[in-house]
Write a protein that binds this ligand. Structure first.
Ligand SMILES: [Zn+2]
Ligand SMILES: [Zn+2]
Length: 315
């Protein structure tokens, strides 16, 4: 929020590599321990947010399983990535690749991995998902990726399908030999690797990325640079407001803010690693559902993509 942050990329041409040594990278591909660290974060959040404890604990198990499935080898789909990047096309485009991605196989392994651990409260939809044929699973995957509404039964199954989609895309993103450039201004709120919306933004810490904001892809976990104190949706910087959850004593509950934009009537969460090193854009988004409820009456659009959070799933 200081003026220093917003000038980090001043004069920078979109879609090109960082210009000077020590400048923050514009696009960062997902790391090897992404899901392992997210699972640990979710276990800690399950203890800190008792109202969502059971739900967050189960999601931690799901993410732990994602980490294991990510290690399994699948054919690479990145042969034409360099060509796509050269033409400013996301190399792992959802539209182009979703039928070729390994998500059906990854979903099978996820379901087998979790079978002994599913709590009784989640057993009904889990058994439905186990019994669902490819076509039914593909319908859920397609609806998730395109943001279409799901039936009540599909809504319950969707987070696990979403978990498989994340594994498939993250694995491919990790095999890219180099990251694409920052997205062009008109599509700045969409992932330069796969074209999906972010799950949230994160203020990074450490080395070249210290205090720099990134959008974190809800599908492939790539992070890309976004100015602080500027709405990634519409570019406005005059009508932003920041809301946090506080306890009765006025103390901050989680390292998460909702950045609301009056100009385009949307909001995006900001995970603040400056406040807490372990803050994770996806895990802390799940744990801060109370923040979404708190601002629900403002009728702001949540233009983000968290495949593990399909509305109604924590019920
Ligand atoms: Zn992505
Ligand atoms: Zn806006």
């Amino acid at each position: 929020m200081s003026s220093r942050d917003t000038t980090t990329s001043a004069g920078h041409a979109f879609g090109q590599a960082p210009q000077s040594p020590g400048a923050p990278p514009m696009v960062v591909l997902p790391g090897r321990k992404l899901f392992a660290e997210r699972a640990q974060r979710l276990y800690r959040l399950a203890e800190r947010v008792p109202a969502l404890g059971g739900y967050l604990h189960f999601m931690a198990r799901v993410v732990e399983a994602q980490h294991r499935v990510l290690q399994q080898a699948r054919p690479s789909l990145t042969d034409t990535a360099d060509l796509a990047i050269a033409h400013d096309i996301p190399p792992l485009s959802v539209d182009g690749l979703w039928r070729d991605m390994s998500w059906p196989q990854d979903l099978d392994v996820l379901v087998a991995d979790l079978d002994d651990d599913v709590p009784d409260t989640q057993r009904e939809w889990f058994e439905s998902l186990k019994a669902a044929a490819y076509e039914e699973r593909a319908k859920i995957a397609a609806a998730l990726l395109s943001g279409e509404a799901l039936t009540a039964e599909a809504t319950a199954m969707a987070p696990l399908v979403g978990a498989a989609l994340q594994v498939a895309w993250t694995r491919q993103a990790r095999t890219l030999t180099h990251a694409p450039g920052r997205p062009k201004e008109a599509v700045r709120a969409l992932c330069p690797c796969c074209g999906a919306p972010p799950v949230a933004s994160v203020i990074q810490i450490g080395m070249a990325r210290s205090r720099v904001r990134y959008l974190h892809c809800g599908l492939c976990a790539t992070e890309w640079y976004a100015e602080r104190a500027r709405c990634p949706q519409c570019g406005d910087s005059q009508t932003l407001d920041y809301i946090t959850l506080e306890d009765e004593a006025g103390k901050r509950v989680l390292p998460v803010q909702a950045e609301t934009c009056g100009h385009c009537s949307s909001y995006l969460k900001v995970a603040q690693r400056e406040w807490e090193q372990g803050a994770d854009p996806l895990a802390d988004d799940l744990a801060s559902l109370a923040l979404d409820m708190m601002i629900a009456d403002r009728e702001l659009a949540r233009r983000t993509f968290n495949p593990l959070l399909v509305l109604g799933s924590p019920a």
